[in-house]
Design a protein around this ligand. Structure first.
Ligand code: C2O
Ligand code: CU
Length: 467
């Protein structure tokens, strides 16, 4: 046999390369995607209602599913056909800082008509997502987001792997997106919570399932502000990953899957319902405002499989384990917003507060989507283990997101967090204290902000400089 090198030097092309599958694989170009951000029309309320004017990637809601392999390079070329500049943030991916998509802080915004090429190699398998990070209230709120799935080297043992990406819209009677983004009163409260929740870009008639199946369901909350708490009528979800990162398989407290904006939870569902029946999936996070998000619609065929009680954990991701004994602790104090009764919170001590700011982190309020000159809240020595002690001193919930890292959830209100959970977005209830830890192993200016977009743009945002 001729060796492979000789063949390649001889310029023998693909036909001959078929004889050498390994050589072919080594030469396979990186996974490449094209995203075009532009105005489109989308049947959010179904084909029988007027289409909604949205801003979307490739004309679809949500944006196309990007599905790549762990440890394999990805190239995504983003073209901006909007009439304002944009950037794309790859939420939850540990990547080089100049690929993080924060306008002016990590890259020059992509001007109308221009393109930008993002390149990174995702080290972690899991459920992630991508979204605009420019004029976020409107660009995310009008639809610029999509799922980003990084596959494990080996398939997880389920019959099917499904993605449910949620979004929340405030629609007018004629099915158009209501104006009024950035309302100051809302910004100081729960943020812009809408009136229409979609699953994968449209209101959902239900997911067709079969009795006896076991499915992996990747839940992504892509809403601007809506927190969700899902109950699966007649079913027992088992959580296997949080924000893409594997955890010990467990049933969520109360059987309720809690999902703040930007958070992802992967569950395994054993479909042991009755053939032909339908089961509601309800969101009852906001008291008195529970509604049905979708259904599990069982086909008529009877179960063909017996119950399995074992839930295999996902293989671990290569996350550096923080050295807790030697870690550098930092306080992150969240303040501001309206009190529950509608009174302004005591703003004493909130120095440097811009006029339109409602929120602060450690007394500072950075507003907007990211800016070039943002002074870092903290400078962290590269390679050090860091503990962030977050204290929510407000009367509102906050999903706090750190760019470029996944952190280990250590303690909530003094109690250890069970099931070895990691995340990139942690939901703090009013007055919660949460400690998280990570190794500051890659340099750059990384944002730490609330993912309720109104809170972020009105002050609950900061930058951590790892250098
Ligand atoms: Cu998904 Cu700065 O956010
Ligand atoms: Cu918040």
């Amino acid at each position: 046999m001729v060796d492979r090198r000789t063949l390649l030097q001889a310029g023998v092309g693909l036909a001959a390369a078929g004889m050498f599958p390994h050589a072919v694989r080594a030469q396979t170009p990186r996974a490449e995607y094209n995203l075009v951000a532009a105005i489109a029309r989308s049947p959010i309320l179904g084909e029988r209602r007027p289409g909604t004017e949205v801003w979307s990637y490739n004309g679809s809601l949500p944006g196309p599913e990007i599905r790549v392999r762990q440890g394999k390079p990805v190239r995504i070329i983003v073209r901006n056909d909007l009439s304002e500049s944009t950037t794309v943030h790859w939420h939850g991916i540990r990547l080089p800082n100049n690929m993080d998509g924060v306008p002016d802080l990590t890259q020059r915004p992509i001007a109308p008509g221009e393109s930008f090429t993002y390149e990174f190699t995702p080290p972690d398998a899991g459920t992630f997502w991508y979204h605009s990070h420019s004029n976020s209230l409107q660009q995310l709120g009008r639809g610029l987001a999509g799922p980003l799935i990084v596959e494990e080297a080996e398939r997880y043992p389920v019959d099917r792997d499904l993605v449910w990406m949620f979004a929340d819209w405030r629609l007018t009677a004629d099915a158009q997106i209501a104006s009024g983004f950035g309302n100051a009163m809302e910004a100081a409260m729960s943020g812009r919570v809408g009136n229409t929740v979609t699953v994968n870009g449209a209101i959902s008639g239900g997911e067709q399932v079969h009795a006896g199946e076991r499915i992996r369901l990747r839940l992504i909350n892509g809403a601007l502000a809506r927190i969700m708490a899902l109950r699966f009528e007649g079913h027992r979800p088992v959580v296997i990953a949080v924000d893409g990162q594997p955890c010990e398989p467990h049933q969520p407290a109360d059987g309720r899957v809690l999902l703040g904006p930007a958070m992802r939870i992967d569950i395994v569902l054993d479909l042991q319902g009755e053939p032909g029946r339908r089961y509601a999936v309800r969101d009852d996070f906001y008291e008195d405002l529970a509604y049905t998000v979708t259904h599990l619609n069982y086909g008529a065929n009877a179960a063909s499989r017996t119950t399995r009680d074992n839930y295999v954990p996902l293989p671990g991701n290569p996350l550096p384990e923080p050295d807790l004994a030697g870690a550098e602790p930092h306080q992150i104090v969240l303040q501001g917003g309206m009190m529950g009764g509608g009174m302004m919170h005591d703003m004493g001590g909130m120095s440097g507060m811009a006029h339109d700011a409602s929120w602060s982190i450690n007394g500072h309020s950075m507003t907007g989507d990211g800016q070039g000159g943002m002074p870092p809240l903290l400078t962290l020595p590269q390679g050090r283990s860091i503990v962030l002690k977050m204290q929510n001193q407000t009367a509102w919930w906050h999903p706090m997101h750190l760019h470029g890292y996944s952190f280990k959830l250590l303690r909530r209100n003094g109690a250890p967090v069970p099931y070895r959970q990691w995340g990139d977005t942690v939901l703090l209830a009013p007055n919660d204290n949460v400690d998280v830890a990570f190794v500051a192993d890659h340099p750059g200016k990384w944002m730490l902000h609330c993912h309720i977009t109104d809170h972020q743009v009105s002050g609950m945002m900061s930058v951590l400089d790892v250098s």
